[in-house]
Design a protein around this ligand. Structure first.
Ligand code: ADP
Ligand code: MG
Length: 680
C-alpha cells in the first residue's frame, strides 16, 4: 500500500522537506491527496510571442537564444538577461539575483515562461517569470496553487501531489454507489485528480462538489451518531410527570413569556420521556434562558436527582449561583458552587457533599469536569453560553451521571441552516421573544474626534445615578499599537470622569479580584466598569444604562451584540456608543447593522454574509474539526441534502455494518476521536 507510506518514500523528500510537510500535516503519501489547492493558475493557453500585449499575465514556450549575465546591471544586483524566441518573435526576459538560474537554464533549450508582460524602452519583457523545463512535471494547464509554508515551493508540491495521484485508486471510495448516483457525485479518484489537476473548470467544479459533500456528510454523520448514541440509549431518566413546574414558577416575580412557556413544554416532554434529552436553547441576550434552566433543575431535584450548571467564566458562575441560590432556598434545595479558584478546604467539602448527595444543584466552571468530581446521582447537565464549550467538555460532564439529560443555552444566535450542522447532535428550541417592557438599546457610532462629547454624555447619565460600561479590546498595549489597552483606558477614564468611582476588569486579573470588582459594580459602589470582553457573557446589572465600546470595528458583530446586551436590562432607556474610525466599507456596513437593529438573529445573518463563518465563530470553538474544503456559508444549499442523506443512512444502518458503509463508518469514527474522548 504505497498510499500509506511516509512522505519520505517519494523521490526528492529528505528529512528536511519532510519536516516542512509535517507542519502542513502531510505525513503519508495519501495526505497529499487531501491537501487541496487554495487557487489555480490558468496556464492552458500558450500564447505566441508576437501576440503578447503589455500588462497581461501569459504563458509562452520559447527557446533560449542568448543569455548574458553581469554586464547588465541594476544597482548592485547581478542580472541574467535572456533573449528567447518562438516561431513568431523574440522576447526579453530578466532575472535579478540569478546565480542559481544561470547554471540551470541552457542556451538552445525550450522552456515554459509564465509571468507578467511589461514594456521597457519600446520592447516587451517579462521580469522574473516562473520558468520550467518543457518536458518536466505538469507545467501547462490549470495548475494548483497550494497554501504553503516557507521551505516548500509550488513546483515541488505539484510534483509530489502528481506522484501521490498515482496511488489514488488505492483509496476506497467512502460513498455508497446509490448515494453517489442520487446526488450526481463523481467517483473519489476522479474528484482527487480533478481537484488538483483539472482539465477545465467544469471538471474542477464536479470534483469540488463531491469533496465538499464528503466533508459535510462525514461531519453530519458524526454529529448525528453522537446524538443517537446518547438518545437511543435505553434507560435515559424518566423524570416523574407528577412533579410540576408550577410551584417554582409562581415563586418568581414575573410571568414567563409565551416563548418561554413553549420552550419549557419542550423541555418537560424531553425530561419525562425515556430518551435522553439533548436540547439547545437559543435565545437572544436577556430573553430569559437561565430561568428555564433553573426550572429544569428544580424538577430534576424534586425527582430525586442532582443537577449541574456549567458556565464559561467564574464571574458568570458566581452570578448564577448568587441569583439561583436565593430562588431555590425556600424550596429546601441545596445549591453549591464549584470553581477553580476556591480554597482547597472549601472545594473538598463540596466534592464530598456532591459525592454523598447532600448537594442538589451545583453551579460552577470547568472545574466541574475534573476527574475528582464525582456525583451521587447526576440527572441533569446544563451548560450556559454553549459557544464557549466544545462537544467534548459537555460530554465529559454528562459522563459523570448515568445518562443524564442535557440542556445547553446559547445567546449566540445562529442562523437555522448553520445550527443544523453545528448543533447536529442537539434538538433546538428558540426563545424568540423578550420579556415585556424592555426598551431596545439606542445605538450610535462616534468617531474618536467626538470622544470628549461621548464621555460628557456618560457623565450626564452617571449624574442621574446610572452606571456605565466602557469596553477596550485588549489588555496589553504591546499587542496592537492602535488599540487602547484596558489599563491605559482605565487611566484615561479616571482622568475624564474624576467625580466618579471607576473599576477595572480584565482577563489577566486573579479570579478573586475580578469577583470583587464585579461585585462592587453590581452593588453600585462602582459607577463605571472599564473592561475587556470578559463582561461579554451573561452579566446582569439593570442599573447600567450606558455601554461605550472603543475600537468597535475590531469586534465581530456577534460580540458587539453580546456586549450591548449588558445594558437595556432595566426600565430605563439604555445607550450603546460604538467609538470607531473604521474606514473600510466593511466596517462601515457592520457598524450600520449594529445601529439599525437589535435583533440578534438578523445581526448573525448579516455577520455571516459580511465576514463568513470562520470569523463569525471559530469553528474550533465548537469543538468541530476544521474544514478542508467545505464552507458553511457558501455550501449551505448542499447542507440540506447532506442532512437528509445522513438521516436516511443512519436510519437504515446506524452501525455502518453494510460493506458499502464501512469506509464511511471509519471516517466518521475518527472524527472526534483525536482527543480520544468521544469514541463513536
Ligand atoms: P439570558 O437569556 O440573556 O441568559 P437571563 O436569563 O439572564 O437572560 O434573563 C435576564 C433577566 O430577565 C433576568 O433578570 C431574569 O430574571 C429576567 N427575566 C427572565 N424571564 C423574564 C420574564 N418572563 N419576565 C420578566 N423578566 C424576566
Ligand atoms: Mg444567560
Amino acid at each position: 500500500m504505497r498510499s500509506k507510506d511516509p512522505v519520505e518514500s517519494l523521490p526528492g523528500i529528505g528529512p528536511k522537506k519532510a519536516s516542512y510537510l509535517h507542519h502542513l500535516k502531510i505525513r503519508h503519501v495519501e495526505d497529499f491527496l487531501s491537501y487541496y489547492p487554495r487557487d489555480y493558475e490558468d496556464r492552458r493557453t500558450v500564447k505566441s510571442i508576437a501576440s503578447l500585449v503589455e500588462d497581461e499575465t501569459a504563458v509562452v514556450t520559447a527557446m533560449i537564444q542568448k543569455a548574458e549575465t553581469g554586464g547588465y546591471r541594476t544597482g548592485k544586483k547581478r542580472t541574467l538577461r535572456l533573449l528567447v524566441e518562438d516561431e513568431s518573435g523574440t522576447l526579453e526576459i530578466l532575472f535579478f539575483r540569478s546565480a542559481y538560474l544561470e547554471h540551470t537554464l541552457k542556451k538552445g533549450q525550450a522552456y515554459v515562461f509564465f509571468g507578467k508582460v511589461s514594456r521597457h524602452a519600446g520592447r516587451l519583457q517579462m521580469i522574473h517569470p516562473e520558468v520550467e523545463r518543457l518536458e518536466s512535471d505538469p507545467v501547462l494547464g490549470l495548475l494548483p496553487v497550494y497554501p504553503l509554508t516557507s521551505g516548500l515551493t509550488q513546483r515541488e508540491m505539484r510534483k509530489w501531489v502528481g506522484m501521490a495521484l498515482n496511488y489514488k485508486n488505492e483509496l476506497p471510495d467512502p460513498l455508497p454507489p446509490d448515494l453517489k448516483e442520487r446526488n450526481r457525485l463523481c467517483d473519489l479518484a476522479y474528484a482527487l485528480e480533478n481537484i488538483h489537476f483539472p482539465e477545465n473548470h467544469q471538471k474542477r467544479k464536479e470534483a469540488k462538489f463531491r469533496l465538499v459533500f464528503d466533508e459535510l456528510l462525514i461531519l453530519q454523520l458524526g454529529l448525528f451518531s453522537l446524538r443517537k448514541k446518547i438518545s437511543s440509549a435505553k434507560g435515559g431518566i424518566v423524570f416523574d410527570s407528577n412533579i410540576e413546574f408550577e410551584p417554582f414558577l409562581v415563586s418568581l416575580p414575573f410571568r414567563l413569556t409565551n416563548a418561554q412557556r413553549r420552550v419549557l413544554t419542550e423541555i418537560r416532554r424531553d425530561m419525562e420521556a425515556e430518551k435522553v434529552m439533548s436540547r439547545l436553547i437559543q435565545g437572544d441576550v436577556g430573553s430569559g434562558k437561565t430561568i428555564l434552566a433553573a426550572a429544569a433543575a428544580y424538577k430534576a431535584v424534586k425527582c430525586g436527582y442532582q443537577a449541574a450548571l456549567m458556565a464559561p467564566t467564574e464571574i458568570l458562575a458566581n452570578q448564577h449561583y448568587e441569583g439561583l441560590r436565593a430562588i431555590f432556598e425556600p424550596f429546601g434545595i441545596r445549591v453549591a458552587t464549584l470553581t477553580g479558584s476556591m480554597k482547597k478546604g472549601q472545594k473538598e467539602e463540596v466534592l464530598s457533599q456532591l459525592a454523598s448527595g447532600v448537594i442538589d444543584f451545583v453551579i460552577g466552571t470547568h472545574a466541574m469536569i475534573q476527574p475528582n468530581v464525582v456525583f451521587s446521582n447526576l440527572g441533569l447537565v446544563i451548560t450556559d453560553e454553549q459557544h464557549r464549550f466544545g462537544v467534548e467538555q459537555r460530554t465529559i460532564l454528562s459522563a459523570k451521571g448515568n445518562q443524564p439529560d442535557i440542556l445547553v443555552m446559547t445567546a449566540t444566535p445562529i442562523p437555522r441552516t448553520l445550527a443544523v450542522i453545528l448543533y447536529g447532535d442537539l434538538d433546538i428550541s428558540v426563545i424568540d421573544e423578550l420579556p415585556p417592557g424592555r426598551l431596545p438599546v439606542h445605538t450610535t457610532t462616534a468617531s474618536t474626534r467626538k470622544r470628549e462629547r461621548v464621555y460628557e454624555f456618560v457623565a450626564e447619565e452617571l449624574t442621574k445615578g446610572r452606571q456605565a460600561y466602557v469596553v477596550a479590546p485588549l489588555i496589553d498595549e504591546s499587542d496592537f499599537l492602535d488599540v487602547r489597552s484596558a489599563n491605559e483606558l482605565y487611566e484615561e477614564i479616571c482622568h475624564r470622569l474624576p467625580k466618579f468611582r471607576i473599576g477595572l476588569l480584565h482577563g489577566a486579573m486573579r479570579p478573586a479580584e475580578k469577583d470583587q470588582t464585579m461585585k462592587a459594580f453590581l452593588d453600585g459602589t462602582l459607577d463605571v466598569l472599564v473592561s475587556t470582553v470578559v463582561i461579554e457573557v451573561g452579566i446582569h446589572v439593570p442599573n447600567a444604562t450606558v455601554m461605550v465600546i472603543e475600537n468597535a470595528e475590531r469586534f465581530g458583530l456577534a460580540t458587539l451584540h453580546q456586549l450591548r446586551g449588558r445594558v437595556g436590562r432595566g426600565k430605563d432607556l439604555s445607550h450603546c456608543i460604538l467609538v470607531t474610525d473604521g474606514v473600510t466599507e466593511l466596517s462601515r456596513k457592520r457598524m450600520e447593522t449594529m445601529t439599525q437593529t437589535n435583533d440578534g438573529f438578523l445581526i448573525a445573518e448579516k455577520d455571516l454574509e459580511l465576514r463568513g463563518p470562520g470569523e463569525f465563530f471559530g469553528v474550533r470553538q465548537h469543538g468541530l474539526p476544521e474544514f478542508r474544503i467545505a464552507d458553511l456559508v457558501k455550501h449551505v444549499r448542499i447542507l440540506e441534502t447532506v442532512r437528509q442523506e445522513a438521516e436516511s443512512l443512519l436510519r437504515e444502518d446506524p452501525e455502518f455494518r453494510s460493506p458499502d458503509h464501512k469506509t464511511l463508518g471509519k471516517l466518521v469514527g475518527g472524527l472526534f476521536s483525536q482527543e480520544g474522548q468521544i469514541p463513536l
